[in-house]
Design a protein around this ligand. Structure first.
Ligand code: NAD
Ligand code: AHE
Ligand code: ZN
Length: 371
């Protein structure tokens, strides 16, 4: 048993509390990781706020981290002390029915315990100093200086990559770029519309440029987001609050009949409908990335699908993390993709709640906590 420092979500809707917590060492198949940096994704805020139907408290949130292996549990063979790793909320066991099916990245081998805030043996390694158990989150709990993660949920990455940048590959970068490359499989010359130009949407934009899209339309209520989006490849910006009339009609006209591919990166179910309906008749595909709160549902006229649009979704950009994440780290180190400008704020753990304020105010793309 050791002690570490963590930001604990004590109850839904409350600010995170910084405290010392107990952490038990890794059991069989588990790994103790010293987290060096972690990004703040909107999904962490979604769970902190109480909107997540799977939210459990108290818990240590955070799922966009990078760090170093400190200790390995019994039977761990693919990692050793000193390895640099990125925790994976979508693990890759390479054995389950899902891992063996190339149509999905959704490894299900530990999904039920992960969703219950526990490690695969059904217990938690974290507790408060008075012994109260603290739940894990998405199998990662990166808002702690040390965490215990199953071996199958760690991608081993090269040692020369900077933690404060590659932590973002643990969610936002991979999700956005992967939605384009793995899920939509966008072809050269395509048109795309991206709704929401935050930490995920900007990476969809970057992915569309990488895939060779000709027209890349960005949609956001915040004009300030357009500057960064242009840098990453956006060709046209639309602020729906400044459009006279129907946003869908406007986008359909702008893209010459609708886009080949549209992406929701807002989590707003009304926007998801706009995204579907601005996809091209006959062949347009709309990909839901955003995560919507408990009780929220999507709707459209079935005619939208009858007339050839497809409505799909993606988790972690369709990436199989142990295989794909090290490659994406290489892409970053080789200059094939860019991350640095999107890390707009570096914070200390003590200031993590300020990071969520910046997110709400639309001032940050990614705030990263460095330990
Ligand atoms: P963010 O807060 O950085 O960005 C959201 C953006 O959407 C902001 O720029 C905001 O101005 C814009 N926006 C909000 N409402 C809008 C509206 N009605 N119309 C147009 N733009 C609007 O959040 P993020 O970290 O980029 O996450 C985006 C969404 O993706 C969240 O719902 C998050 O939970 C989800 N997410 C899903 C996955 C996945 O694997 N499917 C992975 C990561 C994040
Ligand atoms: N707990 C939520 C679902 C949240 C969700 O869809 N999470 C995405 C990753 S978001 C990362 O920022 C995901 O991986 N989904 C697949 C899965 O198995 O959770 C709810 O609505 O219950
Ligand atoms: Zn995320």
């Amino acid at each position: 048993m050791m002690r570490t420092r963590a930001a604990v979500a004590v109850a839904a809707g409350q600010p995170l509390e910084i405290m010392e917590v107990n952490l038990e060492g890794p059991k069989a198949g588990e790994v103790l990781v010293e987290i060096k940096a972690t990004g703040l994704c909107h999904t962490d805020e979604f769970t902190r706020s109480g909107d997540d139907p799977e939210g459990i408290f108290p818990a240590i949130l955070g799922h966009e981290g990078a760090g170093v292996v400190i200790e390995v549990g019994e039977g761990v063979t693919s990692l050793e002390v000193g390895d640099h790793v990125i925790p994976l909320y979508t693990p890759e066991c390479r054995e389950c029915e899902y891992c063996l099916n190339p149509k999905t990245n959704l490894c299900q081998s530990i999904r039920s315990t992960q969703g219950a805030g526990l490690l695969p043996d059904g217990s938690t390694r974290f507790s408060m100093l008075d012994g109260t158990p603290i739940h894990h989150y998405m199998g990662c709990s990166t808002f702690a200086n040390h965490t215990v993660v199953p071996e199958i949920a760690l991608a081993k990455v090269r040692k020369d990559a900077p933690f404060d940048k590659i932590c973002y590959i643990g969610c936002g970068v991979t999700t956005g770029i992967g939605a384009v490359i793995n899920t939509a499989k966008v072809e050269i010359g395509s048109t795309g519309i991206v709704f929401g130009l935050g930490g995920i949407g900007l990476n969809v934009i970057q992915g569309l440029r990488l895939a060779g899209a000709d027209q890349i339309v960005g949609v956001d209520l915040n004009d300030d987001k357009a500057v960064m989006a242009k840098h990453f490849g956006m060709t046209d910006f639309v602020n729906p609050s400044k459009i006279d009339g129907d946003i869908v009609a406007h986008l359909v006209e702008l893209t010459g009949g609708g886009a080949d591919y549209t992406f929701d990166a807002t989590g707003n179910v009304n926007v998801m409908r706009q995204a579907l309906e601005s996809a091209h008749k006959g062949w347009g595909e709309s990909i839901i990335i955003g995560v919507a709160g408990a009780g929220q549902e999507i709707s459209t006229r079935p005619f939208q699908l009858v007339t050839g649009r497809s409505w799909r979704g993606t988790a972690f950009g369709g990436a199989s993390g142990r295989t794909d994440v090290p490659k994406i780290v290489d892409w970053y180190m080789d200059g094939k993709i860019e991350i640095d400008p999107m890390i707009t704020h570096l914070l200390k753990l003590e200031d993590i709640n300020h990071g969520f304020d910046l997110m709400h105010e639309g001032q940050s793309i990614r705030a990263v906590v460095e330990f």
